[in-house]
Design a protein around this ligand. Structure first.
Ligand SMILES: *Cc1c(COP(=O)(O)O)cnc(C)c1O
Length: 386
């Protein structure tokens, strides 16, 4: 498909048309799955452009083209999981390098940084990145990178992308942003000067809770080349079948996000007004500390929210266990609503002190709002709260 230079296609159109029309033999409308490990050569000098699926595969390439366009990058690798995407991006660094990262980081990323990469000689300083002063103070002469995750999990703190990029550039450090919580439909970090974006495509990009995957998108050709080299060398790429599933899911990203965040806003308002709820964490609420910042760098507020109940754990536990439409489960970003209790689930690996410092308590409940009708979801939460 050719795109006229002078009129870039809208996001929703790119979701559907990116990486399709690959089958010139039978003209299939969708991208075929190429479940092959290897590709035969036409002569000892030439092949189809593909030789071995760890290095490259047409189905995966189609997904990579699609996501590159959605994030506004120049290159992308599609990986087996979100964690392999994190690992892929972090392989840009060497022993002796120092990285600044947010204190309330996705648990799996924190484990990789703190327990694995730290042992390999990369050092980290974890700071509250909503405070740019603290970010500025965390740089050392060895700082080579800044990891950003915004909004954060589970308390939806919003980090100033342009502000962090400015500080990183001053110190010659590259910026990498985990954009999983919003997807490129609602936030495009590369537009704010971030160098590399990664996703767990398990979440909104695929959106149907039926595959795990990840991706790393680069803004510069140099980074794109390095990342592709690392992905092949470490063997991190996803299977053709998984790439096909994600490519199928991403086609509806825009309308899923619209509907899910509209539900999230209604649920946030309902919870805000409920007598058993102490506090709601959702960047769409005027009371959210970074509501104004979110408006400047996000196209919407997303479909993740958390809340603190009154009366401690009992109400939190009651709402989790009594809902009928929200499955109690980890993960997020699918079309079905999920509810979770960070203390024993997503944030169980943090020490109680670290959780307390991050503001996560036994009163905190996290919700991934799905595509069901908002009235059914609200009625369900109402009966569960009792
Ligand atoms: C889920 C998640 C990851 C890890 O992705 P997997 O696909 O589970 O490996 C990384 N970052 C964020 C923000 C996530 O939500």
């Amino acid at each position: 498909m050719s795109t006229p230079e002078e009129s870039p296609l809208h996001f929703e159109t790119q979701c559907i048309h990116g990486g399709v029309h690959k089958d010139q033999q039978y003209n299939s409308v969708t991208t075929p799955i190429y479940p092959t490990s290897t590709f035969y050569w036409n002569s000892l000098e030439s092949n189809s452009g593909y030789d071995y699926t760890r290095s490259s595969n047409p189905t995966r390439k189609a997904l990579e083209e699609n996501i590159t366009a959605l994030e506004g990058g120049v290159g992308c690798v599609a990986t087996s999981t979100g964690m392999s995407a994190v690992h892929c991006a972090m392989a840009l660094f060497s022993p002796g390098d120092h990285i600044v990262a947010p204190a309330d980081l996705y648990g799996g990323t924190f484990r990789l940084f703190d327990k694995f990469l730290q042992e390999k000689g990369i050092s980290f300083t974890f700071v509250d990145m909503t405070d740019l002063g603290k970010v500025a103070a965390a740089f050392t002469p060895a700082t080579r990178g800044v990891w950003i995750e915004t909004p954060s999990n589970p308390l939806l703190k919003v980090i100033d992308l342009a502000g962090v990029v400015q500080l990183a550039r001053k110190h010659n450090a590259i910026t990498i942003c985990d954009n999983t919580f919003l997807s490129p439909y609602l936030q495009r970090p590369l537009d704010f000067g971030v160098d590399i974006v990664m996703h767990s495509t398990t979440k909104y990009i695929n959106g149907h809770s039926d595959v795990v995957g990840g991706c790393v998108v680069s803004k510069s050709p140099e980074h794109a080349k390095q990342i592709a080299w690392i992905c092949n060398a470490l063997g991190l790429a996803c299977s053709p079948f998984d790439a096909w599933l994600v490519l199928r899911g991403v086609k509806t990203l825009g309308c899923r996000m619209d509907a899910q965040q509209s539900n999230a806003m209604k649920i946030a308002r309902f919870l805000e007004a409920h007598p058993l709820i102490e506090r709601v964490y959702y960047p769409g609420l005027e009371t959210h500390p970074q509501h104004e910042l979110a408006k400047t760098q996000q196209r919407g507020f997303g479909a993740m929210l958390s809340f603190d109940t009154k009366d401690g754990r009992s109400v939190a536990e009651r709402v989790c266990m009594n809902t009928r439409l929200f499955d109690v489960a980890e993960s997020l970003g699918g079309i079905e609503s999920l509810i979770s209790f960070p203390v024993t689930m997503s944030h169980a690996s943090m020490t109680p002190e670290a959780r307390a410092a991050a503001g996560i308590s036994e009163k905190t409940v996290r919700v991934s709002v799905g595509l069901e009708h908002s009235e059914d979801l609200i009625a369900d939460l109402k009966q569960a709260l009792g």
